[in-house]
Design a protein around this ligand. Structure first.
Ligand code: ADP
Ligand code: MG
Length: 528
């Protein structure tokens, strides 16, 4: 399908400037089709997959329509969850950055209502809210809709899934008849069409056809796995591919909880995410996933909707998705922004047929793949160690070490090969141990009271500055940068002090971290 450039549309230069600053090169297919129609003032039914840019598809024309000189509410956007409401508000704020006098305000359950009322009194032309909370405000008259001429139902299918149908209808009854009613959704089940029939007039349907949804550049594999073997296969694949961030999808909240516990029990940094969790818990989990403290996120389809993390390297369909379209949603979480990604699907018995459906529907190939054996996993771990070793051989001065080995070989019956093999064995053993949450020795690091001194195998010679070290530690571990203590840099290594209570977290977080693009190893300093 033809896409258009934003400057082909007759938009205010302020909006075009906002769009430009967001780095959008051209309109996505749904935006190309929908923006002109929304601008024309017609009611719209828009359907396109997650991640296709539906927010700007209604956001851009809605901004064009708003009167900045009138402080009254003019647009209400309904959104299924707090996360999505905030995301939409952020996007609209960015788009309207250069539109003087336009205010965008999210309102949602969980936030103190008195505080919201105060913000609302300040006046906002565009309100984005979850249906329950918006209804609440309409009843209290803290949101008035005398001037509302546009209502958007965003992610309509999710709102219905979450049981907001009645609230939505109540809200629609509040809004003046003379209005534009816009609905966007990834799927169009019948209850949504019922709403559109009842509340829209001569709506124009805009659909981006399914075949444009497939996500390219993702290797997709499936494994024939019995239910009871799934955890073992999952951990095998995690060890083998060692993805930086992984998303694991389950079909039920219960499975999410079970699997999270199971993986944690085996020493993986895994957390679950689903709709039954308190908002504060979800925020914590998401934060920890974003900064890489949690590298495995286990989620239901609905919970994953709000997730916007770019560098997910692997998606696991622990349970095969119930809906073909979900498969696309799920695997679309990886391979973003031109990065490569992998998707793994577990099937058992008859589920293979479902897999065939998915392949037909998504016009994609999902290849059968043998489960890596434990030898394969050991092999790949050894390769990683050998890579590091090669690096040391290239970079370091090993003369003293060579002398020691030489003496050892002369004085014992061991060959250099025996000794190298033993070191490799030790390195692999240590690797496995650290994966399962190693105990670190903080007793003799030579740090100040209450701190631990850490050794990092990178220094001035690699063009690293104290700021890089501080940035990496704070960034990876989530520990506030100001807590980082003394940083002593030498040519080839660096010592840095962190509060003792953060020692574990920092070491764990730095395990796969890079500083200035170089892999580093961080360990407690040893001053014995
Ligand atoms: P949807 O609602 O369809 O799931 P979003 O509106 O949340 O999708 O958009 C997904 C991501 O794509 C967001 O990060 C958004 O900023 C980005 N995006 C939207 N439009 C464009 C565009 N024209 N070019 C590049 N990125 C875009
Ligand atoms: Mg959306």
């Amino acid at each position: 399908m033809e896409t258009i450039r934003f400057d082909e549309l007759e938009l205010y230069p302020q909006i075009l400037r906002g769009i430009k600053e967001m780095g959008f090169e051209e309109a996505t297919p749904i935006q190309s089709k929908a923006i002109p129609v929304v601008l024309s003032g017609a009611d719209v039914i828009g359907q396109a997959q997650t991640g296709t840019g539906k927010t700007a598809a209604f956001g851009v024309p809605v901004l064009q329509k708003v009167d900045p000189s009138n402080k009254k509410t003019q647009v209400i956007i309904l959104s299924p969850t707090r996360e999505l409401a905030i995301q939409v508000a952020d996007e609209l704020r960015k788009l309207s950055k250069y539109m003087h006098g336009v205010k965008v305000l999210p309102v949602y359950g969980g936030q103190e209502i008195t505080k919201q009322i105060r913000s609302l009194k300040g006046g906002a032309q565009i309100i984005i809210g979850t249906p329950g909370r918006v209804m609440d405000h309409l009843r209290r008259k803290t949101i008035r809709c005398d001037y509302v001429d546009t209502i958007v139902l965003d992610e309509a299918d999710e709102m219905l899934n979450m049981g907001f149908r009645e609230d939505i209808e109540t809200i629609l009854e509040y809004i003046p008849q003379e209005r534009q009613t816009i609905l966007f959704s990834a799927t169009m089940p019948k209850p949504i069409l019922d709403i559109t029939k009842k509340y829209q007039h001569d709506a124009v349907t805009i659909k981006v056809v399914k075949k444009e949804l497939t996500v390219p550049s993702i290797d997709q594999y499936y494994y024939d796995v019995k239910r009871r073997d799934k955890v073992d296969v999952l951990t095998r694949l995690l060890d083998y591919y060692d993805p930086k961030l992984s998303l694991v999808f389950c079909n039920t909240k219960r499975m999410v909880d079970e699997l999270a516990q199971e993986l944690q029990g085996r020493g993986y940094f895994a957390e679950g995410l689903h709709g039954d969790m308190k908002q504060s818990q979800r925020d914590r989990v998401m934060k920890s996933f974003r900064n890489g403290k949690t590298d495995i996120l286990i989620a239901t389809d609905v919970a994953a909707r709000g997730i916007d993390v770019d560098d997910v390297e692997a998606v696991f369909n622990y349970d095969i998705p119930q809906d073909d379209e979900y498969y696309v949603h799920r695997i679309g979480r990886t391979g973003r922004a031109g990065r490569c990604g992998r998707a793994f699907t577990f099937v058992k018995g008859k589920e293979v047929y479902k897999l065939k459906d998915i392949q037909r529907y998504c016009k994609t190939k999902i290849l059968a793949q043998p489960i890596p054996s434990s030898d394969d996993v050991a092999q790949i771990k050894a390769e990683k160690v050998m890579e590091k070793i090669a690096n040391i051989i290239e970079e370091e001065d090993l003369r003293e070490m060579i002398d020691i080995i030489d003496r050892q070989v002369n004085e014992s019956d061991y060959t250099a090969m025996d000794i190298a093999a033993a070191f490799l064995k030790q390195a692999l053993g240590a690797g496995v141990e650290s994966d399962t949450g190693a105990e670190y020795d903080f007793e003799n690091t030579g740090a100040e009271e209450g701190m631990v001194r850490l050794f990092i195998n990178i220094g001035k010679k690699q063009n690293v500055k104290p700021g890089d070290v501080l940035g990496a530690i704070a960034g990876e571990s989530g520990m506030p940068g100001k807590l980082v203590g003394a940083i002593d840099m030498f040519d080839k290594y660096t010592f840095v002090e962190v509060p003792r209570e953060y020692g574990h977290e920092v070491l764990d977080a730095m395990k796969n971290a890079k500083i200035k693009g170089k892999s580093v190893s961080v360990e407690p300093a040893n001053q014995k």
